[in-house]
Design a binder for this molecule. Structure first.
Ligand code: HEC
Length: 121
């Protein structure tokens, strides 16, 4: 990615992380701690800061977000950067969790087996 004019690109080594169930849970915890305050636990964008006037972002599950990692790293608009707050691995786990939020929204009920249907009731 090209650095924004007037800023210095910080070279960061990002090794692609294999996403396991445990890492997805870590991603969830990190999301709940760092992102939910503005984006809501479900990614809908409904939150107290938004109700108090912060720009509302689109729901995080509506579309694919190919630049999600960069958005988390560098921030966008009123959203703060997480470059210093989260390590590259942690950011990748958050990306995986947001991805899971999106995919779970689109999973049709009728594809679940009976036991799982009970669980989501
Ligand atoms: C202080 C509030 C705040 C926090 C914390 C925050 N965001 Fe945001 N986020 C925003 C705002 C406001 C926007 C809309 C920015 C704009 O368009 O001006 C945004 C935009 C985004 C977008 C772009 C959405 C799109 O439609 O392209 C993504 C993705 C995103 N945030 C993910 C995250 C993730 C993941 C975290 C946690 C690591 C996070 N945000 C933490 C406020 C926040």
């Amino acid at each position: 990615m090209m650095p924004v004019e007037g800023t210095i690109a910080i070279k960061e080594e990002v090794k692609p992380l294999r996403i396991t169930k445990r890492r997805l849970y870590v991603g969830q915890t990190l999301y709940n701690r760092n992102c939910a305050i503005c984006h809501g636990l479900d990614g809908s964008g409904d939150s107290l800061p938004v109700r108090r006037g912060l720009t509302k972002s689109d729901p995080l599950y509506e579309k694919e977000l190919p630049n999600l990692y960069d958005v988390i790293t560098n921030g966008v608009g009123k959203m703060p950067a997480f470059k210093r707050k989260l390590t590259p691995n942690e950011r990748q786990m958050v990306v995986a969790y947001v991805e899971a939020l999106r995919l779970s929204r689109r999973f049709p009920m009728e594809k679940l087996d009976e036991r799982d249907k009970e669980k989501v009731k």
